[in-house]
Design a protein around this ligand. Structure first.
Ligand code: CP
Length: 292
């Protein structure tokens, strides 16, 4: 299986081999390797993205693949063409891998049954964001060496978060302890993880803040950004309480001064930009796996 639809059903060994291959690419910073020359990668984004879209593109180009970028806003999707017909169209043109981000959860699994080329999930609704969790795990391993026994607090809009889900599924396989912290109306009750207070969350080795996903909220869910920051934001005052060895993470984009104070984004204990940097070798490993 060369697709990467999620981490929930991916073996620990497969995850391990992606992380190891990413480490190889990080140690071989040759700008363009060229091992996948003559292959075509299509990046199909039916939902906005900066980090994921561009780091897939950098990864594909570093591997020497030809890159086709599809953005829904400039396509026949605007005329009502379905996601299936769009992906099938690109497949019929001879692409070798399709990287897809879309809104409806569950659609990617259906597509993967009908489409023959490998598909890579770049985020599907609130279901999974496997390459984000892989780069998160990679970042944690670089910091701590091992994930076993690591205490990871994921704080914020768990309900709408594919990042929280992929991290929960994968970190557990490696023996990390994952806890969530969220207001009642942002909790995902179906996920099997403990909810802890903000004070408890600050005691973890990794404090991962999530973006409040305003675009996915029904009106009225977030009464006030200020009140949210007060109760669940990583403020400068709260950051002083995290352990000296602990790190701050956030998948970004960041709502500065809502879930995290702006001055903390580049705090010495923050790994927010290193996370983005690690996204490139991770996506090289994932694209290489899909193409080979
Ligand atoms: N972290 C992440 O997925 O960012 P983008 O939405 O910008 O790709």
């Amino acid at each position: 299986e060369r697709s990467l639809l999620g981490l929930k059903d991916l073996d620990k060994e497969e995850i391990e081999s992606i992380l190891e291959r990413a480490a190889y690419w990080e140690k071989h910073p040759v700008k363009v390797h060229g091992g996948q020359q003559g292959k075509f990668a299509a990046n199909m984004f039916f939902e906005n993205s900066t980090r994921t879209r561009f780091s897939f593109e950098v990864a594909e180009k570093r591997l020497g693949a030809e890159v086709i970028n599809f953005s829904a806003a400039a396509s026949s999707v605007e005329k009502g063409e379905s996601i299936y017909d769009t992906v099938r169209t690109l497949e019929s043109m001879g692409i070798d891998v399709g990287v897809i981000r879309l809104k409806p959860a569950g659609l990617l699994a259906e597509l993967a049954e009908k489409i023959k080329v490998p598909l890579v999930n770049a985020g599907d609704g609130n279901n999974e964001h496997p390459t984000q969790a892989l780069l998160d795990m990679y970042t944690m391993r670089k910091q701590f060496g091992s994930l076993r026994g690591l205490n990871v607090s994921i704080v914020g809009d768990i309900l709408h978060s594919r990042v929280a889900r992929s991290n929960l599924y994968a970190l557990r396989k490696f023996g990390a302890n994952v806890s969530f912290c969220a207001p009642d109306n942002m909790q995902a009750k179906e996920l099997d993880a403990p909810y802890i207070s903000m004070d408890e969350a600050l005691k973890a080795d990794v404090v991962m803040m999530l973006r409040v996903q305003l675009e996915r909220h029904e009106s009225g869910m977030l009464n006030s950004a200020e009140a949210y920051r007060e109760q669940y934001g990583l403020t400068v005052e709260r950051a002083q309480r995290i352990a000296p060895h602990a790190i701050i993470m956030h998948p970004a984009p960041v709502n500065r001064d809502v879930e995290i104070d702006g001055v903390l984004v580049e705090h010495p204990q923050s790994r927010i930009f290193p996370q983005m940097e690690n996204g490139v070798p991770i996506r090289m490993a994932v694209i290489e796996r899909a193409l080979s």
